[in-house]
Write a protein that binds this ligand. Structure first.
Ligand code: FMN
Length: 445
């Protein structure tokens, strides 16, 4: 079977460039308007993209002085998009550190029912101390502990989605039997972090389970993804880095006893599209000129864990501790350090580079040049698809759908129309059977 690209539209405010809200081609008031996001989802659907995705953070800090913050809670917003779209997948971020499995399993099962099987969950462990302080803590749990809790969290959620077998709803009005309780199971989970009796109080979702997505690229992150993830979002700056990450994750997935084709790798790409390369570069320069340096420096300090505010902007990054000492986003930290060292960037140059995608790859060029880059990573073992991060919204997403997608179709790399109805079908992934149904079938066999 020919491989097909998987394309996800990463929706964020009025664009991924950190100064997008200051650009004349955007209207920052739209971030609190559901019609803005409905329009974005319809544009993505017009391009037959696999899915749209919403990130999430559980705190707002002083950065709000200079930059946009998301307004809507992702699952709530996606429920609104579910009723104004038909095919596009709906992926929401939710943290395993600051939620309970029963509540989250129920919300994703509900979104999957509401959307007719289009829900996906980007599993994050959250990494900011400011978030911890909104949940009864002074600081966030350690990196490795967050991933241990995340693994048990997902185990419980899977058992809860499986706790109703597919044919448990009897709806036998004559006999007065609503549900066949032989097919509705208590999960009786007892673990180091959670005790959950179950069953879930929502019948089994149309997809069986929402698509499981993950976005951590550290050693702990890769081990977690190899066990659970069906799609992985990652930030990779060079083709070589992308190939190493891709091969490593596929190997780890096979070592975890899974089919490597069952995990899709989607690096981020921030396409700055112009009719000519010069036009695209001019837009990139315009956006960079709108960056608020003190805000960008505060972002970089947050990423590195070091207060860089007193350092000369035209000097290099100072010596930084080894990544093993980092308890927040380990892979992003490493990426930023490697980028600065590899290209001998000053702090000013580095914040300019990070402004367009927070470490994800920014590509400025014509639609052909963007399509070439996408084709190269896809055919040379660095990607199964891309997390598309337009610098300006909605313009940048429309430009991608109207000018890059047709080229990818013409090259035989991307679908012309949706073949399936569910998010799993878009990603070419099977619908998992309920673990309880499988166990009952063994007993009655
Ligand atoms: C495309 C993408 C989207 C992400 N979205 C979120 C998010 O919405 N919320 C969040 O807390 N972390 C988010 N992250 C961060 C990851 O969950 C993770 O913390 C980070 O990649 C570092 O993981 P690591 O420490 O395992 O390397 C995202 C990462 C990527 C690559």
């Amino acid at each position: 079977m020919t491989r097909t690209l998987h394309l996800n539209a990463f929706l964020m405010g009025v664009g991924h460039h950190e100064a997008a809200w200051r650009h004349p081609r955007t209207d920052p008031r739209r971030i609190a308007d559901v019609r803005h996001f409905q329009e974005l989802a319809r544009i993505a659907e017009r391009g037959t993209l696999d899915s749209v995705f919403l990130a999430d953070g559980l705190a707002v800090g002083p950065a709000v002085r200079h930059n946009i913050q998301a307004v809507f809670e992702p699952l709530t917003l996606l429920a609104a998009l579910a009723t104004s779209t038909e095919h596009i997948g709906l992926i929401a971020t939710a943290s395993t550190t600051y939620h309970e499995p029963f509540n989250l399993a129920r919300k994703f099962a509900s979104l999957d029912h509401l959307s007719g099987g289009r829900a996906g969950w980007n599993i994050v462990t959250s990494a900011q101390a400011r978030e911890a302080r909104n949940f009864n803590l002074d600081d966030h749990p350690a990196h490795a502990e967050r991933y241990r809790r995340a693994a048990e969290f997902v185990d419980v959620a899977i058992k809860l989605w499986d706790s109703w077998e597919d044919d448990a709803l009897a709806l036998d009005a004559a006999a007065g039997i609503f549900a066949d309780t032989d097919r509705v199971h208590e999960i009786d989970h007892h673990g180091p972090h959670f005790r959950v009796q179950g069953p879930l109080n929502t019948p089994r979702p149309p997809q069986g389970r929402p698509l499981l997505v993950q976005a951590g690229s550290s050693a702990d992150g890769v081990a977690f993804a190899a066990r659970y993830a069906e799609a992985v979002f990652t930030a990779q700056q060079t083709l070589a880095d992308g190939q190493v990450f891709y091969a490593g994750l596929k190997r780890a997935t096979a070592a975890a006893g899974r089919d490597p084709a069952g995990i899709k790798v989607l690096p981020g790409i921030a396409p700055v599209i112009g009719g000519t390369e010069a036009e695209a570069r001019a837009l990139a320069d315009e956006l960079e000129a709108l960056i608020v340096p003190e805000h960008a420096l505060a972002q970089l300090s947050g990423m590195t864990g070091l207060d860089l505010s007193g350092l000369p902007l035209d000097g290099p990054l100072p010596d930084l501790p080894d990544v093993s000492a980092v308890q927040s986003h380990q892979s992003r930290y490493q990426l930023v350090v490697d980028l600065a060292r590899r290209e001998r960037l000053t702090i000013r140059q580095l914040i300019g580079r990070l402004g367009g995608g927070r470490g994800h790859r920014v590509v400025a060029g014509t639609p052909e040049q963007i399509a070439d880059q996408i084709e190269r990573w896809f055919t040379e073992g660095a990607a199964d698809g891309f997390n598309v991060m337009p610098p300006l919204l909605p313009d940048g997403l429309s430009a991608f759908v109207d000018h890059v997608v047709p080229l990818l179709r013409r090259r035989g790399l991307f679908r012309h129309e949706y073949a399936g109805r569910t998010l799993r079908e878009h990603y070419g992934l099977p619908r998992p059977a309920s673990g309880y149904a499988a166990a009952r079938a063994l007993v009655t066999a």
